[in-house]
Ligand binder design. Structure first.
Ligand code: AMP
Ligand code: GLY
Length: 414
């Protein structure tokens, strides 16, 4: 089986390595890939999206797996283009991927299908936003488009709201777009992953992401500074409630609305005093959650995704370990406002944990940083304590100038 994995980060490396370990020993190709992914997969040398589709046809690729979200909504959409040339794609069509690409679309979907979520108003101007906030703080402001995890501001006061609204409507940091003014919710967060095949679904191993830059959940939101994954992260009762109130109605809603879906669907939830509520959908696996979850996966991920992309739901092909997995991210200097590249990474040889490369490059001087999030260091254990102790000890062996790492991943919020 030939599989093309689309993306270039740590999530894609984790997917590639797990797919490659499937019993059928598939050949893995990647676009755009990275030096680290290409230790396992072969880079597809093409100049852009059109050439990529042609390459997959010419080289008889059996399955395309979407890693990151941008390709799902680029041009006519990755899955749509695959469908047009008869290549099964694990990843939803462009129309369905609006669940992630537009927060307003997602909010309307949630409301229409009575799925628990925070109340929100969509606005298209600075003045409109101020009117919708109506002096009520804290408030949550969300740019209505893809912003790599940086388009959301939880604003404790007017000054913070002013700053974000300036960025969106005056500096246009994320481009043109509207803003959702959303009710501030409280409670622990949890990332739930569904593998959706039309009207059927499997709930995978849950995870917890650490979105803030610094220890104690301080500092700005990032793409994610670490993650914990375990089947034991949520009790069976909580998982049942999440399935009944959120996952099943979402899958039914997609069917009712004529939104075809085959692929991973990520439910970002807040466990509020009024029960679990959806704060976001993502039409792909989480990053860094994927790096924590994949080492726990057993069975045949390639066969599962291949069958699912063809409309055959085969949940029996995969399962998850009982243990725990903890992922610590090393980010570059200046992240998330900016990033720093070219810093030489030391200690990789001494590190005894799984390492996934989020943003690195191989040079004559060795591996160097090449992006905001640089490395994911992941360790497993039978208990949470074992997994987190190992993950931090192994992450501490790896370093580069200006590296940023949280020391409370797997401790805070547990
Ligand atoms: P999102 O990109 O929508 O997941 O938002 C990023 C982060 O902002 C979330 O992980 C939460 O920590 C926080 N957040 C989003 N929506 C809300 C909300 N309604 N109330 C409180 N915090 C929120
Ligand atoms: N970890 C957050 C995300 O993947 O969106």
């Amino acid at each position: 089986m030939k599989i093309a994995v689309i993306g270039k980060g740590g999530r894609e490396q984790a997917l590639v390595e797990t797919l490659a370990a499937s019993p059928g020993k598939p050949e893995i190709y990647t676009y755009p890939g990275s030096d680290a992914i290409c230790l396992t997969a072969t880079k597809i040398e093409v100049a852009g999206f059109d050439e990529l589709i042609a390459w997959m046809v010419d080289n008889k690729v059996d399955l395309c797996v979407a890693g990151e979200e941008s390709y799902l909504v680029y041009g006519d959409g990755l899955a749509n283009r695959c469908a047009a040339v008869g290549i099964p794609c694990w990843g939803p069509r462009k129309e369905s991927a609006q669940l992630e690409a537009s927060k307003e679309f997602a909010k309307e979907f949630l409301m229409r299908h009575s799925i628990p979520t925070g109340l929100a108003t969509a606005v298209d101007s600075y003045e409109g936003a101020k009117a919708a906030i109506a002096g009520k703080y804290p408030t949550v402001l969300k740019f209505d488009g893809l912003a790599a995890g940086k388009g959301v501001a939880v604003c404790p006061d007017e000054a913070a709201a002013e700053e974000f609204l300036q960025e969106v409507f005056v500096q246009k940091r994320f481009g043109e777009g509207r803003v959702l003014v959303e009710e501030f919710l409280t409670g622990p967060e949890i990332s739930i992953f569904g593998a959706i095949c039309d009207d059927k679904y499997l709930i995978l191993c849950p995870a917890r992401d650490y979105k803030r830059l610094q220890d104690g959940d301080a500092g700005p939101n990032t793409g994610g500074m670490g993650a914990v994954a375990s089947r034991r992260l949520a009790s069976p009762e909580l998982l049942r409630e999440i399935e009944e109130k959120i996952v099943a109605p979402t899958v039914q809603g997609l069917q009712q609305d004529g939104l075809p879906y085959r692929g991973f669907l990520y439910f970002g939830l807040m466990l509020t005093p009024d029960g679990p509520k959806v704060i976001e959908y993502n039409c792909r696996f989480g990053d860094p959650e994927c790096e924590a979850v994949m080492p726990l996966l057993r069975g045949d991920l390639a066969g599962f995704c291949m069958a699912g992309a063809c409309g055959e739901f085969k949940p029996e092909l995969i399962s998850f370990d009982e243990g725990w997995s903890v992922c610590c991210i090393l980010a570059s200097a200046g992240y998330p406002a900016g990033s720093h590249s070219g810093d030489v990474i030391s200690g990789l040889d001494a590190c005894g944990a799984r390492v996934f490369h989020c943003g690195t490059k191989k040079t004559d001087a060795g591996w160097v940083s090449n992006g905001g999030r640089v490395l994911a260091i992941v360790a497993q254990g039978a208990t949470l304590d074992e997994a987190r102790t190992r993950a931090h000890a192994e992450a501490a062996k790896v370093d580069f100038p200006g590296s940023q790492r949280r020391s409370d991943i797997g401790y805070k919020n547990m």
